[in-house]
Design a binder for this molecule. Structure first.
Ligand SMILES: Cc1ncc(COP(=O)(O)O)c(C=O)c1O
Length: 379
């Protein structure tokens, strides 16, 4: 059996729509980016939406518009994808790392306040593996200290907090459509700006800072440049893929949830593993990105061996994330941060293994995964 950790589900509708775009000759600046933004807004019920080249470029735009520079700091979870921190460090700002909760892997919101200084311009939260952060507490801090809130929703499309989609709460929110994600466009992202003025600024920043979009120009090629800006466009092919993928999103999430619950039941009693709590409960509705198991006691030192055993048996795995951020070579050298208070983040980085539960995984696959997992205590 071969079960990849993730595999995008691209159907004939996606293929024919991308073909249509290719035949139209309009490969960028076309109607599909607007349609994708509109459909995304309909799905999430959030306004001020901008299609963008990746979650990383959405994060960079958010940090730029939050005023991050070499005199500022921003607060991030110690346990996240490097993009969450790189995008701010790139602007010269200093990242301040916060430990995560032991059970969910989300940023521990009770540890944030004491990290806030006069230099703090933004707090970034990451809805880890699809489970929303305790957003209320962070919102209160942002209001009290006049700090921007940025939601990194790369793993959380479709997740809800108090019945509202994640991405509704921050001054900025960033989504990713890299192929392992809930919908796939190759690369691609969405940036949400709470403030309409920020949306206008983001549009400028995303397109070289030019004053007129392609269809606003009276004379072709005639424009002026108002601000600094880069090229963060999503192509028409990517947006067409996104339009078709969005139609399936509800179904994809339903399947992820069913798979998570099915596998959880099957492996709940295996000794020395603990399932990270990324499922829905009460006001936290998960988008079920994957299932992450934490190795405990005698299994702790055997992660590599266990991963090799699973992979050799055709089971794809991943690690979210392989090192806490201050331990990545670049950050270690640049800041040499004391990591002794990042115990939970370290534990998850060192001892977790992520298992596939995407819509490409069948119940038969899950029974097989569970069977193989039963063998890990004998490795
Ligand atoms: C939490 C998080 N943020 C940001 C990113 C970067 O996303 P992208 O590849 O769309 O730039 C990732 C990628 O997996 C991620 O996991």
């Amino acid at each position: 059996m071969k079960i990849p950790f993730a595999r995008p589900i691209i159907g004939t509708n996606e293929i024919s729509l991308v073909n249509k775009v290719l035949k139209s000759g309009i490969l960028t600046h076309g109607p599909f980016s607007r349609k994708f933004e509109k459909d995304f807004a309909n799905f999430t019920q959030i306004r001020n939406i901008l299609a963008i080249s990746s979650c990383t470029s959405a994060l960079l735009t958010s940090y730029f518009l939050s005023g991050l520079d070499k005199n500022s700091e921003f607060i991030v979870p110690a346990q996240t994808h490097v993009a969450t921190v790189h995008a701010g460090t790139f602007l010269g700002a200093k990242p301040v790392f916060v430990d995560c909760e032991k059970d969910t892997g989300n940023i521990d919101v009770d540890l944030i306040e004491k990290k806030i200084t006069k230099k703090t311009k933004a707090i970034t939260i990451v809805h880890y593996l699809g489970k929303p952060v305790k957003i209320d507490k962070v919102l209160k801090l942002c209001k009290k200290y006049k700090i921007k809130l940025i939601e990194d929703c790369a793993l959380a499309l479709g997740a809800k907090y108090k019945n509202k989609h994640v991405g509704s709460f921050g001054d900025f929110a960033c989504f990713s459509f890299y192929p392992a994600k809930h919908i796939a466009t190759g690369d691609g992202g969405i940036l949400i700006c709470k403030d309409k003025n920020d949306l206008q600024k983001a549009k400028l920043f995303k397109g070289f800072g030019v004053d007129k979009t392609f269809d606003q120009r009276k004379i072709p090629g005639e424009y002026d440049v108002l601000t600094i800006g880069l090229n963060f466009r999503m192509t028409e092919m990517q947006c067409a893929l996104g339009v078709e993928q969005l139609k399936k999103l509800k179904l994809f999430i339903k399947k992820r949830k069913e798979n998570f619950n099915f596998l959880k039941k099957k492996i709940n009693n295996i000794k020395n593993i603990n399932i990270i709590s990324t499922h829905s409960e009460n006001k936290f509705i998960s988008s079920y990105y994957c299932m992450s198991i934490l190795l405990e006691r005698s299994l702790k030192k055997k992660r590599r061996k266990i991963i090799q055993y699973l992979n050799n048996n055709g089971i794809g795995t991943s690690i979210y994330y392989p090192k806490i951020l201050p331990e990545l070579k670049y950050y270690k050298k640049k800041f040499n941060i004391n990591k002794k208070n990042l115990i939970n983040a370290n534990n998850i980085s060192n001892n977790s293994i992520c298992l596939p539960i995407g819509p490409h995984v069948s119940q038969q696959n899950l029974i097989y995964i569970a069977k193989k997992l039963e063998g890990i205590n004998k490795i």
